[in-house]
Every structure is written in C-alpha cells, then in structure tokens.
Design a protein around this ligand. Structure first.
Ligand code: ADP
Ligand code: MG
Length: 614
C-alpha cells in the first residue's frame, strides 16, 4: 500500500536536511533578507537560538498574498528563468520557510515596499493562522520560537549554547564577508556579538575583512589575484607563520556563495603543506568566480556544497595560485612576530627601578656586565670584501674589553663599500648563544635562527633533487609483497610512473598483490603496506595522488631536520655569511619546514622606537 505523505511531514523531512541547528535557520533567513535587497540585517537570538531567533531586514518586503504563499513548499519568487544553471540569488528551492515553520513556532511580519500597511502571519508546526494587521515600518521580520519543538528527537542533537552560538557567528561572518554592502548586527540575550557597518558604495573592500578577520591578518596577509580561462580567484591568505588550530578561519566563496568544499580545503592544505606546522591551518579568505554553467549549486539542500564540472582544473588553479603567492612572499615572516619581538627587546632600565640611572656604557665600567648576551666573534674572521684589516678597522677610544671589538666592528661595517655582495639578509655580524646569527643591512638589524634556516636550505635542495629525478634508489634484498584487492591493484598501477619518479619500483604480482622491488635510498625503513594503504585512502578521498609527493616531502623535511646545522654549533663569520647568502637563494626561506620563522627583523625605526627616540 503506497500512500502520499502529508504535507507537514514532507516539510519536516526537508527540515531535517535544511535545518540542522539554529545557525542554519539564521543562514536561511539572512540569505532571504539579502535576496530581498536589504541593506541592514539585524539578528537577535536567545539561548544561542534554541528558544528564540529573529531576523529583521529593510528589504523589499512581501504582499499579504506572498506572505501566505511563502510558507508553501517549493514556492519561490527567485527561479524566474526556470534554469537551475543561472542562479543569481542565494535561495531558489522555496524550501526554507515551510521547513522552518514545520518544526517551530514561527511568525512573519512584512510590509511590501511602497505599501503603507504591514501584516503578520503565525505558523505553528506547519499550521498557518490568518493574516492580521501589524506595525512595521519597512521590510520583513521573521521570528522563530522553540526550534525543533515539533521534532523533539532532533532537539537532542543540539550542542551547548557556546557551540551553537559559535556556529551562528561563523555563518554571520561568512555572509558578511560576501556581502559588504549589507550591514549586519548580531545580538545574543541583548549582548552585541557582531556589528558590521554597511558599505553601500563598496568604498573600502578591506574594511569588512578587517572587521571580521582582524586588522592584524589583513595587514600581513598575501593578496591573491589569479585568472585562468574565465575562472577568477581573489582574496587574502595568511603568511605561513600566521596560523590557527582549526579550519574555522578558512572562508571560501564560490560565485560569492559561502561554501564548505572538501576539495578546495584540501587544495589549501596541499599549497601550504611545505610551510605550515602539522595540524595547523592558515587563515584564508578566497573568492572563486566561475561561469555559472561550470558549477552546480543545487547538490545540497543547505546549498553549502557545490559541484564543479571540472574539479581537477579548479583545484589545480587553486593550488598553483596559492603556491605562487606563497613563493613570492616566502622570504617574509609576519610583521606580527616582529612586533612581538619589539616587545621582547626591552631596555634593561625598564625592568629595574626607575631610581637607578640607565645602565652605564660599556667602557665607563668595564668590569660590570650590564648585558648578558653571549656574543661570539670569530677570531679568524677576515672579511673577504673588506680591505681594512680587523686591527686597522678598530677605531675609537677603547680598549681590551671583549665586547668593544664587536661594537667597533659594527661601526666599521658602516663604511663597507661592497654593497653589491649583500643580499636582503645583509652581513653577518655575530653569533648569539651559538644558535642565532645577527646581521645588518643599511636599514635593518636581523636575527636569524641558524638551525631553522639551514633546515629549509637542506630541504629545498633535497626537493630539487627529487624533482630532477635524482632520487637515489635502493633495491630491496627481499622484495616486499603487498596484498591488496584487485580493485586497488588496478588503481595503483595507474600511478606506476609516478612511483618510479619518486624512487619506487612497483610491479603487479599475481592478480591481487604488488611487489615492491626498489625504494628511495633515504626511505629504506618505510613500511610499504602502511604507506600504500594510506596512499589508497587519499587517492579515494581526493581523486588523485597528491599524497605521494606530499608524503615524500614530509619525509624529506624530517630528514632535512636531522641533516641540518644544530642549534649550539659555533659558526665563523664567513660560515654565517655563507648561510645568509644561501638563504637568499633558497625559496621559502622565511620559514623552516615546520612553519616557524627563520629570521626576525628590527628596522632602524623599530630600534629607535625601542630607545624612545621616536
Ligand atoms: P527561497 O529563498 O528558496 O525562494 P524560502 O522558503 O527561503 O525560499 O522563501 C520563500 C519566498 O519567500 C522567497 O522566494 C521570497 O519571495 C519570500 N521571502 C522570504 N523571506 C523574505 C524576506 N526577508 N523579504 C522578502 N521576501 C522574502
Ligand atoms: Mg530562502
């Protein structure tokens, strides 16, 4: 016996897809407001939306007839062309209002633009009341009380208020980033949570980003601007030294629609994987614009997922645009860190009581040790490009104090004429704590972490070898047989060339196994079965084998770490200079393989600020 389900049950079923939590209600209502041409959207919630949600806008409003109709399933004013591939509004399915109203106590007050009178309608568990006159100056107000009261089982899936509120904030932020001409205001129990001013003329595209993501991020972020075959990608991404513990700060938009797309998120991971510490995530704000025909937005009831006609093409563009941008900025560490450094560089006077005079200069009291830095100067140092010998270089007053020679020496460097041999990391001056190098340019003083820096250099060299197919292979004494399913063997055999490029010789062995005859010499210890299973997993998830390369690069990173200069090794000045020159030629040398910065800079101006000369 087949029976047609009652309308309200159908709506509740669809509510199960559209309304997962209070934040989804807010998403649908705010999207409606934006579609209605609102310039101001006010959102109020109580109990993180569980007991009360209201969304008020100043959009076009609705006629009384439309108000009644809007709660009918599949009733929409938006799909005019009857063409699912030219959708310019955020909504189009006509499902949100009837779904929300089937599981809550809902009311709508609206006044059609140009008409004087407002009307109100109540819908409880899907049952509509009659329209009654109401008072509202402009636009539409929707109130949703006791969400899920009609489906108590779903109520149990809600999380704590803090978690639910967090989801709400995230949704509002996403929509706010995409619609900067609209002002947003969010309150929970009369506490203002977010307030973003509207910018109707779009006069400052960065203002909203600063409001939502913080001025720090926007100031330091890398701008992305890429275009290929009518696909555009623009936005801001963080320098690799600026990262977060979750992906919540990754904002992706496809044709200005906030989306959560696994493939794009994994593309970000791939682009950053060389630079960022494991389990950390960059902050990303990216707008992808593609011709409407290339993307299907109608794959998910909540419209947070999209399907691309050619996902690999998009993914490729994404990865290469990000990699290029990161590469171009790879010598840069975040300013935020340098600013923090300024905080660390305090004058000794600021720790001590103000009554004491500022510490005396070195040569006035050679026996006291006001500075505890362990400055090392190689006695063997004779600077190649310098014609002045160390002795003749020493000018000025004093003496045999150990630090004095260094100070004199720095003065001497000012007169150095061989400007052209210096790169942006300048000239090494000294080593501190046998771990850090101090160098200077005309404008800056630079502090370099020798281990982190060398690690990056070694790693990039190894990667170069890998890409030039110079990976040394080693035959296994006993070839490794890995049992797999027929399907998996077939899948992996497509990648034989790639395996070989990375130093693995893999062949078919019977119908359901692979035999591994050779492996990269540096990976002798690898557990092939685990490795192959992980690869399979990733091929299935991402549809391609990005991971073999990724994995190898991670292994290389580990190897590089072991093969690099340790902190604690004493270096001579020529060694230090050589390291700096190598750093300048090495891509991505602003960060070590673990995403830590390799150097910090203090500009002359910063130094002057520290000494309150500015
Ligand atoms: P959809 O947005 O997919 O069309 P909804 O169920 O969300 O479906 O809304 C149904 C219709 O109600 C919309 O097409 C629109 O005409 C009208 N509507 C909803 N919210 C508003 C609003 N805030 N202002 C004006 N019209 C609205
Ligand atoms: Mg809608």
């Amino acid at each position: 016996m087949i029976r047609v389900l009652p309308q309200n049950l159908i709506n509740q079923i669809s509510a199960g897809e559209v309304v997962e939590r209070p934040a989804s209600v807010i998403k649908e209502l705010v999207e409606n407001s934006i579609d209605a041409g609102a310039t101001q959207v006010r959102i109020r919630v109580r109990d993180a939306g569980k007991s009360y949600i209201s969304v008020i806008d100043d959009g076009c409003g609705m006629s009384p007839d439309d108000m009644v109709l809007s709660f009918e399933r599949h009733a929409t004013s938006k799909l005019k062309e009857e063409d699912l591939f030219h959708i310019e509004t955020l909504g189009f399915r006509g499902e949100a209002l009837p779904s929300i109203a089937s599981i809550s106590r809902c009311s709508m007050t609206s006044v059609l633009k140009g008409q004087g009178s407002a009307w109100q309608i109540h819908v409880e568990g899907g049952k509509k009341s009659d329209l009654v006159p109401a008072s509202l100056e402009k636009g539409t107000m929707i109130e949703v009380r006791e969400l899920f009261y009609a489906t108590p089982a779903r109520l149990k899936f809600l999380r704590s208020d803090a978690v639910e509120l967090n989801h709400i904030i995230e949704i509002v932020q996403r929509l706010a980033l995409a619609h900067i001409s609209v002002g947003f205001h969010l309150e929970n129990e009369h506490r203002v949570i977010a307030s973003y001013l509207s910018d109707p003329m779009l006069s400052d595209p960065y203002a909203r980003m600063r409001d939502v993501l913080g001025a720090d991020f926007v100031k330091d972020a890398i701008e992305i601007e890429a275009e290929r075959d009518s696909i555009k990608l623009r936005g801001l991404v963080s320098l690799p030294t600026y990262h977060r513990s979750t992906q919540q700060s990754q904002f992706l938009f496809v044709n200005n629609r906030p989306v959560k797309d696994k493939a794009l998120v994994s593309a970000i991971r791939v682009a950053y994987q060389d630079y960022i510490p494991l389990h950390r995530h960059p902050v990303v704000l990216l707008f992808l614009t593609v011709p409407p025909l290339w993307v299907d937005v109608n794959v998910h009831p909540a419209k947070t997922e999209v399907r691309f006609q050619d996902p690999n093409h998009i993914r490729g563009l994404f990865i290469s645009a990000l990699k290029h941008a990161l590469h171009d900025h790879s010598h840069q560490a975040t300013n935020a860190i340098t600013h923090r450094a300024i905080g660390y560089f305090k004058s000794p006077a600021s720790y001590e009581s103000k009554a004491q005079p500022p510490s005396t200069s070195l040569h006035e009291s050679p026996t006291s040790k006001p500075y505890t830095l362990d400055l090392q100067l190689s006695p063997h140092y004779s600077p190649k490009p310098l014609n002045v010998s160390q002795e003749t270089g020493i000018r000025g007053s004093v003496s045999s104090h150990s630090a004095t020679s260094m100070i004199t020496f720095i003065e001497d460097r000012d007169h150095d004429q061989t400007e052209e041999v210096r790169g942006f990391l300048g000239r090494a001056i000294a080593q501190v704590h046998q771990s850090y190098i101090i160098s200077e340019t005309a404008e800056k003083m630079i502090l370099i972490d020798q281990h982190a820096a060398h690690e990056r250099i070694v790693y990039e060299q190894m990667k170069k070898d890998m890409h030039a197919n110079r990976i040394a292979r080693q035959a296994l004494l006993i070839p490794d047989v890995v049992e797999l399913s027929l399907e998996h063997v077939t899948l992996l055999l497509d990648y034989t060339d790639m395996f070989e490029a990375f130093g693995f010789i893999v062949e078919r062995f019977g119908s359901s196994a692979l035999i591994v005859r050779e492996v990269p010499a540096m990976l002798k210890q690898i557990n092939m079965k685990e490795f192959i299973n992980d690869l399979l997993h990733e091929i299935k998830e991402h549809g391609e084998m990005v991971s073999l390369k990724e994995r190898l690069e991670r292994l290389l990173a580990t190897l590089a770490c072991h093969g690099s200069i340790r902190a604690g090794k004493k270096l001579s000045l020529p060694e230090m200079d050589a390291l700096l020159r190598q750093m300048e030629e090495t891509p991505h040398s602003g960060q070590c393989n673990h995403g830590r910065p390799t150097y910090l800079e203090l500009s002359k101006a910063d130094i002057e600020k520290l000494f309150e000369r500015r």
